[in-house]
Design a protein around this ligand. Sequence first.
Ligand code: NAD
Length: 526
Amino acid sequence: MKALVADSLNEKGIEKLQKVCDVVVDTSITPEELLETINEYDAILVRSRTKVTKEVIEKAENLKIIARAGVGVDNIDVAAATEKGIMVVNAPESTTITVAEHTMGLILSAIRKIAVADESTKAGKWEKKRFMGMELKGKTLGVIGMGRIGSQVVKRCQAFEMDAIAYDPYLPPHVAEDMGVKLYEEQDDVLKRADIITIHVPLTEETRHSISTEEFKIMKDTALIFNAARGGVIDEDALYVALKEGEISGAGLDVYEEEPAKENKLFELDNIVCTPHIAASTKEAQAAAAVIVANEVIDCFEGNTPNNIINMPRIDTSGFSQTTEYLEVCEKLGSFLTQYVKKNPIKELNITYKGEITKLQNKELFKRTILQGVLNPITESPVSAVNATSVAESRGITIKEAEAEESEGYETLIEVKAITEKGVSSVEGTFLHEVTITKINGYKVDVKPEGYMFIAKYKDIPGSIGAVGTIFGEENINIGIMQVGRDISGGEAIMVLTLDTEATADVTKKVKDLDHVKDATGINLL
Ligand code: NAD
């Protein structure tokens, strides 16, 4: 695997990557050079300088993951990446503590008027009476948006002996309760009670200007408001009036409706503390981002699911300890089945999860991985868990999932049935130290799906196995393992071979032409 680090990335992240793949660091790469060379890489790591455009993605035949060492992904064409099955990951948690600490900085600076006092003191004014402050102890913190950053601000304010209340309609109440925070169903209930209001919501249609004229009127006239989330959540015109008219007593901003904010009428006021969108800027956050994305890339290379995939729903598999093993099972079953049904287009896939795996509520990742296995051998552009569902949809494949408690003595079994115009084919597998196929079309077998395989359906009569073996011998193809499964003596049977070299179309035809053979298929699982 080969990774390109296209923007300056903390060395801790680079060192991690170098342990698992070739790393090219070219932080001055031009857009033209990127277009020319992107095809060589399996991963690209960027910050905000490099633009990973649709054109770049179209040329990236080997790319599996685009990693943004930071939060925003405005410089990445996520839709184009999704279409091509390329994961886009970021490091949203890398800045959490840094932003929470900066919020504390804004709060302390505003209530103790540190910024204006600093300016006055350095100007030799010694204005002791001008800077009367306020204590945090015993005051009420009102958090709007109790996500990663909001909850870290709560922790820090609790250390200052503040009471915390919050508004976050998407947060399960017990999460707030566990943190000792009273959650209100209406934002206004928080706004009217809080002494310090702090905003930690994303900018959405719902949150844009969600703090405006009416909301400032509800707040205490002693309240202060802080925003280190996104400009636009607070209506700046309304904030200006509220600060000027004394509807609230102070504010602190790190983010603005228009950035860079070089001219802003709020800057005229001395009851507001302002910083230039630096809440996330610490060495620690940068190092954390580099390490997080390096780990995400390594996870992707090693076949594990990264934590912060932006273009795929977050799938919690924590209730099942053998996720990695069964993702491998799913991939192999899918790949086997699609080759087994040959060129017959699959109309419907029926997946049945049996045993332990049924305890897992969300099996989306397993479904996507089966689809990935089914689709990859038959599609030109790569299919990953990211685009598997949409590629299946575009091919008109319906997917049905079911569960069964009974798992025939195995801890977990997964059965995949493909319905085509020609009929139904199925494969079932488990993980016994390695991926194992336990049934093909209902016949019991015990084979490792790997390398070159060959499956023949034949009539169970003396001499039929020998005749197939003879053809392979004549063709100089060595048989590793041969297994047979049958329903009744003299009935229909199945033969599964593993081969040292591939059975060519000619050989397959020779076997198929034998009188007692009904069907023969070569499968490549390399
Ligand atoms: P998060 O996703 O962990 O938390 C956001 C929370 O807001 C979630 O709990 C969500 O349920 C809640 N929410 C969504 N819509 C809401 C609404 N209408 N009302 C109330 N709550 C709502 O995100 P985070 O990592 O905590 O980041 C919070 C904000 O901080 C984001 O806007 C992010 O862009 C911003 N941020 C700013 C900087 C900076 O440099 N200033 C750095 C990092 C993050």
